[in-house]
Write a protein that binds this ligand. Structure first.
Ligand code: UDP
Ligand code: MG
Length: 307
């Protein structure tokens, strides 16, 4: 019999894990596979770990890893994919925002057609704060303009993959992980399912606005170097402009002499250039920071307990 691993990152999810487990257990027999749960406790500070211990005691199908601290969802997903032993692996959130009812359908698609992956995206963002959905849309617009790797708007981290694809994803041991990009970058045939946004079953979102902002910068830096080109282009343009200005000033001085005027315009030019130089340096700095972190080869996660 084939095996399906369900990878579930959990961070302070004491309220949602029991609901999640109950719901998935109910539909589990609709899938013709042996099901294995791979929970990742991402350094939770609530009762998450003890709930996972209990589930593990109750059922042979439940396994978990507990991190030594909070390493973030990306690290948790990576650990989960590494830990999963199934022929097929599905990654999903524990808050039921990724409807388990889709699991049998995903399983069937992978078995009846030539797809290697079934991914999901939400077509609405109902329930999310308006400012958050606005920024999310803007992010997808920007990154897709800049990057060759397609990052689908509204894509969830809810996807079922074949072993072959999972191995390809694990092989990519980057430190700065941006899963939506990695999944797209490794390729393979992906079928997209769309659904309406579902609100959390319980508990609260773990993503503050600031966390999401940092995550989106991460995505842009990891999947495009266009900002570096833009700063070079900006430099070239500024050189062109200053050359024209130089010619203009020389000719004007020859024709009209050199009255000492133009202090305000000089200050404007200096501050503008200073700003542009700092901007370009900053963009370079961001990439160098990523190189720095990548070359350190720090561990992506550290396990404190595993069962
Ligand atoms: N999560 C995690 N580590 C973190 C933040 C979140 O493992 O540092 C997990 C969380 O437990 C949940 C999933 O990632 O299973 C999605 O988080 P959440 O529902 O808070 O995000 P949202 O759906 O609001 O984007
Ligand atoms: Mg959620």
């Amino acid at each position: 019999m084939e095996k399906l691993s369900i990878v579930v990152p959990c961070y302070n999810e004491e309220a949602t894990i029991p609901i999640f487990y109950r719901t998935v257990e109910k539909i589990r027999n609709q899938i013709n596979a042996e099901v294995e749960y791979c929970f990742i406790d991402d350094g939770s500070k609530d009762k998450t770990l003890s709930i996972l211990r209990d589930l593990n005691k109750k059922s042979d199908a439940v396994h978990y890893i507990s991190f030594s601290r909070n390493f973030g969802k990306e690290a948790a997903l990576y650990a989960g994919l590494k830990m999963a032993k199934g022929d097929y692996v599905v990654t999903m959130d524990v808050d039921l925002q990724d409807p388990p009812a889709l699991l049998p359908k995903m399983w069937n698609i992978l078995h009846e057609s030539d797809y290697d992956c079934v991914a999901t995206r939400r077509i609405t963002r109902r329930g999310d704060p308006p400012i958050r959905s606005f920024c999310a849309r803007l992010f997808y617009k920007i990154i897709n303009r800049l990057s060759d790797t397609e990052i689908v708007d509204g894509a969830r981290d809810y996807r079922m993959m074949t072993r072959q694809m999972v191995n390809a994803v694990i092989q990519d041991g980057e430190y700065n992980r941006f899963s939506k990009g990695i999944f797209s970058w490794v390729g393979f045939h992906t079928k997209w399912l769309a659904y309406e946004n579902v609100e959390r079953s319980a508990g609260e979102t773990k993503w503050s606005f600031w966390k999401l902002f940092k995550y989106s910068i991460e995505g842009i830096l990891a999947y495009t170097t266009v900002p570096l080109y833009l700063s070079s282009v900006m430099g070239i343009l500024m050189c062109g402009v200053s050359f024209i200005a130089l010619v203009f000033i020389v000719i004007r001085a020859l024709l009209y002499g050199d009255p000492a005027a133009g202090w305000p315009s000089l200050v404007c030019i200096i501050t503008l250039l200073g700003g542009l130089i700092l901007l370009a340096l900053g963009i370079m700095g961001l990439y160098i920071a990523k190189i720095y972190l990548e070359t350190k080869k720090r561990q992506i996660f550290i396990v404190r307990e595993e069962r």
